[in-house]
Design a protein around this ligand. Structure first.
Ligand SMILES: Nc1ncnc2c1ncn2[C@@H]1O[C@H](COP(=O)(O)OP(=O)(O)O)[C@@H](O)[C@H]1O
Ligand SMILES: [Mg+2]
Length: 289
């Protein structure tokens, strides 16, 4: 059964609408991302201690697009992100069922190479998580862990990653100073650089701007926009104006009696201007959530 029908308040796809696996047409003024599914979740359920935190969610994230995952606290957004690079494996009480594919990789298969998966799927958290080492070592560590030891290669990969996040000119003369001496916004950009240095395909961003001051938040937001077309970005944000500014597509989760479910997903224009569900309309207008 289509999980949208089984969710309280969720109506069936109206006749004549595109199928469940397709996005609605979106006339974006942004450079176009590819209408090709990159991440595909099907009936994905995540439970802790046997209690589902997120139940039977199905949706696609398109390649090269920015997809915003929104919804109130506790509806399973972080759990979903953690499942995409199998960080949920690290939580003994967590069970995941259903299907999750990134291109042709079956993410949940026991045979999947998790080290390789985490190289191609970078994750950034709300609070910058720099390691208590130098700036250089923060970027060298993941490269060394994934087999790069040549000094010239390390140096050029580090410079390229710092350039991509606009940090190179700010830190090139203090690469051997502690990363924790950087400002919060610079630390968050260093975390982004640490993910980018491994040349990922997918970036999972869990409220990456919410702990930053408005100027740093704007810099990080502009960076995320600059990633469109190069990386597939799935960003959790509580900041709906931000989602509206940057997202190509929006996925909306809600918690029904403590169980997270997908209420609606579609182009940002569709979700913000003509949502199908009353709950979506109430959430984006600030009446609920
Ligand atoms: N490690 C954990 N152990 C037990 N329950 C958890 C754990 N992480 C999250 N949960 C529960 O799963 C639900 C969804 O949490 P989360 O994915 O963090 O939601 P969100 O990011 O939308 O706020 C919440 O009820 C939360 O308490
Ligand atoms: Mg969260």
């Amino acid at each position: 059964m289509d999980d949208r029908q089984s969710s309280p308040g969720i109506t069936q796809e109206p006749e004549g609408r595109p199928g469940f696996q397709q996005w609605l047409p979106y006339q974006s003024t942004q450079p176009c991302c590819e209408p090709v599914p990159h991440i595909q979740a099907e009936h994905l359920t995540i439970a802790y201690h046997g209690h589902p935190a997120l139940e039977k969610v199905s949706f696609n994230v398109n390649r090269g697009c920015i997809t915003a995952l929104v919804g109130p606290s506790g509806c399973g957004k972080t759990s979903f992100l953690m499942c995409v690079n199998r960080l949920t494996d690290l939580i003994p009480a967590c069970q995941v069922s259903g299907q999750l594919h990134i291109h042709d990789t079956n993410v949940l298969a026991p045979t999947t190479n998790v080290l390789h998966l985490r190289r191609t799927v970078g994750m950034i958290f709300q609070k910058p998580t720099v390691f208590p080492f130098t700036i250089r070592k923060n970027l060298e560590l993941p490269l060394r862990e994934h087999g790069t030891h040549d000094r010239t290669l390390l140096a050029s990969a580090i410079e390229a990653a710092l350039q991509q996040v606009g940090l190179w000119n700010e830190v090139k003369d203090r690469l051997d100073r502690p990363a924790q001496a950087l400002s919060g916004g610079q630390q968050q950009r260093l975390c982004l650089a640490r993910a980018l240095v491994l040349s990922p395909d997918v970036l999972l961003l869990d409220e990456p701007c919410s702990a930053l001051d408005p100027i740093s938040s704007g810099i990080v937001e502009d960076l995320i926009v600059s990633f469109r077309g190069r990386y597939t970005v799935l960003i959790v944000t509580h900041n709906l104006p931000q989602a509206r500014r940057i997202a190509d597509h929006v996925v909306f989760f809600w918690s029904f009696n403590g169980v997270g479910r997908l209420v609606e997903y579609g182009s940002a224009q569709h979700i913000f201007e003509s949502p199908r569900e009353e709950l979506t309309a109430a959430y984006i207008s600030g009446l609920r959530g």
